[in-house]
Design a protein around this ligand. Structure first.
Ligand code: ZN
Ligand code: ZN
Length: 151
């Protein structure tokens, strides 16, 4: 199941079997671990922790080691297929390159919650107006407590 709005690097909708083509198009050998990790990332379509990505990739390629997934994410990032979001003091989150959507991470359960851009547009506009600073949120996750964990 592909989430709506997930686009390939060239703007077409993703299909999992395109992972190998995407790897080759970026000058990467399409090894089984790479295809599994990229397919899992494409299937998920959003921002994901490396641990969760490992679990998804293992459904495609059983026995895949977590260390291999981390190395593969680094390769995918180097060639411009994947990118990262910093989340607090923990390990970076992973997503497709070009995905600028803002996310919030729950400090309690580590849930990753998408943030509608409208929720921060007043902050972005206010910063620009009052200080001239062009705020570019997205590379860092916002922090707080999710609806499930809120007291
Ligand atoms: Zn960074
Ligand atoms: Zn939570």
């Amino acid at each position: 199941m592909r989430p709506e709005g997930t686009k390939a690097i060239d703007g077409r909708p993703w299909a999992p079997d395109e992972a190998a083509d995407a790897l080759r198009a970026h000058g990467c050998r399409a090894t089984r671990p790479r295809v599994a990790v990229l397919s899992a990332l494409l299937e998920h379509g959003g921002t994901i922790s490396a641990a969760e990505l490992t679990a998804l990739a293992q459904e495609i390629e059983p026995g895949l080691h977590e260390a291999t997934v981390y190395r593969t994410v680094n390769v995918l990032t180097e060639v411009g297929i994947a990118s990262h979001v910093h989340a607090g003091h923990g390990p970076s989150l992973v997503r497709l390159a070009g995905d600028e959507r803002l996310v919030a991470v729950c400090e309690n359960c580590r849930a990753i919650v998408p943030v509608p851009i409208g929720a921060v547009s007043d902050l972005v506009d206010g910063m620009a107006r009052q200080t001239g600073f062009a705020l570019e949120p997205g590379h860092f996750a916002l922090e707080g407590v999710c609806a499930e964990c809120a007291p």
